[in-house]
Ligand binder design. Structure first.
Ligand SMILES: *Cc1c(COP(=O)(O)O)cnc(C)c1O
Length: 370
């Protein structure tokens, strides 16, 4: 019996750093300070330095990070935020959580990120911000997006939940917009063992407001100066993230090595691999291929004990909660085309040589079978 290869495997990463993670947990437990202590403070500093940004605030999850970032840059109820329907639902949910209105722009089929050419026709007098998503770890075209924002006086928030340490011309994503958000959900490139998130920015007023919003609007303890929420990164998760942050760069390199093997195994007439975008460094959160025969390919791979997944089965504008009510949702041909074809292959740094070889030989065999 072949051992099944899952699409993601957060436990394998725990095992890889078990001693350090357990030591970090022990340190927190013994320290007796479980919320907003030294680990959280250190993590914020280390993560900001890693990204090359001025400020970081830890929050409870990636969805809250987006909601807090939106409010911190001044998005108010009724404002429109232009984003994509090709993302985790979290992106749109966060916009609505703050009373703003998502507007969907179509994607570029090569990057699978927002198509900058589709943004200007959607800008209205209510548009306040752009919210590009670096989907699957591929950076969105930030230079073009920032230029559109500048010309139209819009704020930009980068959703980096899938793109920790992805780069454009050597500059990490999360350092381009007015603010950027990260999720540390266990399967992300930098994953906690539970929920976690962060918002980063170079702007002093944005970090100041984000810190207030994340803890009941407290400027001083128990005194709310603005109406906020409770969204904090706890000490246990911060301590675990500090361990894993030290390995993020090498783990992303490993992901790209695995991707290179997959690219080499793929015959492009039957499977379309992720587009290679000059000047960008992909975080390879997910390796998503496209196929006209997706379900056949999925069962073929399953026969070799290879797990696959579809990220996501439906675009946001196709889901019951959002259908027929988001502006722009009626005109997303590239998004809809992609959703009929996408399939995610196993991708995580702890994949073994044998497992990678098995995926590659199955991909080759599929391509040669006509
Ligand atoms: C995971 C994810 C989020 C949300 O993160 P949570 O921590 O689960 O709230 C937001 N956007 C994208 C693109 C994601 O992949």
């Amino acid at each position: 019996m072949l051992e099944f290869i899952p699409v993601a495997n957060p436990r394998a990463q725990y095992i890889a750093y078990r001693d350090e993670i357990q030591a970090a947990i022990e340190r927190v437990l013994e320290g007796g300070h479980y919320i907003l202590g030294e680990e959280e403070k250190q993590f914020e500093e280390e993560f900001a330095a890693f990204l090359g940004v001025q400020h970081c605030v830890g929050v409870a999850n990636g969805t809250d990070a987006i909601a807090i970032a939106l409010q911190a840059v001044g998005v108010a109820p009724g404002d429109e935020v232009i984003t994509v329907s090709h993302s985790a639902v979290a992106t749109t949910a966060a916009i609505e959580q703050v009373g703003a209105r998502p507007v969907f722009a179509d994607i570029d089929p090569l990057t699978r990120c927002i198509d900058p050419l589709k943004i200007p026709p959607l800008i209205s007098s209510k548009t306040k911000a752009l919210l590009p998503v670096h989907i699957y770890g591929q950076p969105a075209p930030m230079q073009e997006i920032m230029e559109i924002a500048r010309r139209n006086s819009l704020k930009v928030i980068e959703d980096c939940a899938q793109a920790h340490s992805a780069e454009i011309e050597g500059k990490k994503v999360g350092s381009f917009g007015n603010a950027a958000t990260f999720s540390f959900y266990p399967t992300k490139n930098l994953g906690a063992i539970g929920d976690g998130g962060a918002m980063v920015t170079n702007e002093p007023d944005v970090i100041a407001k984000a810190r207030l919003l994340g803890q009941y609007g407290w400027k001083e303890r128990y005194i709310s100066s603005i109406a906020g929420m409770n969204s904090r990164l706890d000490e246990l998760q911060a301590a675990i993230l500090r361990v894993k942050l030290r390995y993020l760069t090498e783990n992303n390199v490993r992901r790209r090595e695995i991707a290179r093997d997959y690219y080499n195994a793929i015959q492009e007439d039957r499977i379309i691999p992720p587009g290679k975008i000059a000047g960008t460094t992909h975080a390879m959160h997910l390796f998503v291929i496209e196929s006209e025969e997706r379900s056949e390919l999925q069962s073929f791979l399953n026969g070799y004990g290879i797990g696959t997944a579809i990220h996501y089965p439906l675009a946001i504008h196709q889901q019951p909660a959002y259908q027929n009510r988001i502006r722009g949702g009626e005109n997303l041909p590239q998004t809809e085309r992609l959703y009929r074809r996408i399939l995610s292959l196993p991708m995580y740094p702890e994949l073994t040589g044998e497992q990678i070889a098995r995926v590659c030989s199955a991909l080759k065999e599929w391509s040669s079978k006509k």
